[in-house]
Design a protein around this ligand. Structure first.
Ligand SMILES: [Zn+2]
Length: 441
């Protein structure tokens, strides 16, 4: 999830408004702010309280401006008050409706007007929407802060090591590091995590990245080194790439974004190569051009999309090097169409790159035509399992796509990041995740 939309309040203003010089002439003396505070009670609400006095006349209007500090927009709310020399008013922001993830820093200021029309604007202040239901420990390295509350210092060591190792792999792949801080909130269970996500989130979501806020939330059981090494680097890669390519007009195609994120993970899952080679032999690989749009909703095709994305990005890194991969990312950020970006940076069209990469995989096998089956089977036909029957192994592999894949909960987990939320409606994935969740993840 990359953008958090907030529609219902009245106005959206540029954050420059926050930085505007306070007060119009004369008003600074006419209105005095006694107190302006904000109190966060995650996940329910943030309460903004204001007390102000007018030297002469009455205060007749109060407007609250607030917004996530990292986002470039503010929301304005006209807060009701009873006009008078001294006013006390309050705005309660229901953060279960207007969701902000844990750790979001919000900036706010008030604009007050008296009966003469003079206005005063309070200096900007900040409130952190901290999840105070847990007592968090934290560690910071290289612009990443991990927060956790179970497992003591050993847990923190696992988490921060996963983060820095991930950043190393990302830097080696694309020559970029975090330019802005990222906060990673690690809940100890899916149940705890669910209480921190938006109320209408599907209940199998194992983690979420908010690249525009620099926040990652996820569930990792204390001491689960493998999951820490998967989830944290994957989501950090999305953050590094989002910061590198921050531009309202463009961005990298999903195959590039997800491929880099998969590459950043500590361990390469076996299912990636198995799935790729099988698809190559069966002539089922998805054209690279198609992976520049949203990934398919079908579970099997979605997994293949991730596998191909990782493989192509790793091919780019190995063949062309981190400088070219970084140049590609910057071309995508400048809204250069994918084909043109590849042509400019690599001298290849999408189809040429696709063909080059496919040549690293097994060739497509010729379809075997099954031997005609006799009309009446011999008496011993089913005495033994058939061996070497032509045609078996060709065509659809069947099954759910997860069956027979070692470590398939990891497969489901690998999909649980921003881009794949598009797949929320996919029944198979939902069932797969539920099954994984009941296995103790
Ligand atoms: Zn991802």
């Amino acid at each position: 999830m990359k953008k958090i939309a907030r529609y219902l309040l009245i106005l959206v203003l540029l954050v420059a408004g926050l930085l505007a010089p306070a007060a119009s002439a004369g008003a600074a003396e006419s209105i005095r702010v006694v107190s302006a505070t904000a109190r966060s009670e995650f996940p329910a609400r943030i309460t903004f309280d204001l007390t102000a006095e007018a030297e002469a006349g009455e205060i007749v209007a109060a407007q609250l401006l607030y917004g996530a500090t990292r986002q470039k927009v503010l929301t304005a709310v006209d807060v009701p008050l009873t006009p008078g020399r001294r006013i006390e008013t309050r705005h309660v922001l229901d953060t279960e409706v207007y969701y902000y993830p844990p750790g979001t820093a919000l900036s706010y200021r008030w604009v007050l007007r008296d009966a003469s029309g003079a206005e005063v604007t309070t200096p900007p202040a900040e409130v952190i929407h901290h999840d105070a239901r847990f007592s968090w420990a934290e560690r910071t390295e290289r612009n990443v802060t991990v927060f956790w509350y179970q497992g003591g210092a050993a847990s923190g060591e696992v988490l921060i090591n996963a983060a820095t190792a991930g950043l190393d792999r990302i830097a080696a792949a694309i020559g970029a590091d975090l330019e802005q801080p990222v906060r990673v909130y690690v809940y100890a269970s899916n149940a705890d995590l669910r209480g921190a996500l938006q109320a209408n989130s599907v209940d199998w979501v194992g983690g979420q990245a908010f690249t525009d806020l620099g926040i990652i939330v996820g569930a990792i059981a204390p001491g689960d080194v493998a999951e820490a090494g998967r989830l944290i680097p994957h989501e950090l890669a999305h953050q590094v790439l989002a910061q590198l390519t921050d531009n309202p007009y463009g961005g990298p195609p999903p195959w590039f974004d997800e491929g880099l994120a998969m590459h950043a993970e500590a361990q390469r899952d076996d299912w990636i190569d198995e799935r790729l080679e099988e698809a190559a032999r069966q002539g089922r690989l998805i054209p690279l051009e198609a992976l520049a749009a949203s990934f398919p909703a079908d579970t099997d095709q979605a997994l293949l999309s991730y596998a191909q994305s990782q493989s192509i990005v790793e091919y780019l890194i190995a063949t062309y090097g981190a400088d070219k991969v970084r140049a590609l990312a910057l071309a995508f950020a400048a809204a250069t169409p994918v084909d043109q970006a590849l042509q400019t940076v690599l001298g290849r069209s999408v189809d040429e790159l696709d063909a080059e990469w496919r040549a690293t995989l097994p060739p497509q096998e010729r379809t075997v035509v099954p031997t005609p089956v006799p009309q009446s089977a011999p008496a011993d036909r089913f005495a033994e399992p058939p061996v070497g029957v032509p045609g078996i192994g060709v065509g659809s592999p069947g099954g759910s796509g997860f069956a027979g894949v070692p470590g398939w909960p990891l497969v489901a987990g690998a999909l649980l990041c921003g881009a794949v939320l598009l797949l929320a409606g996919t029944g198979a994935l939902l069932l797969a995740w539920r099954a994984a969740a009941t296995k103790g993840r």
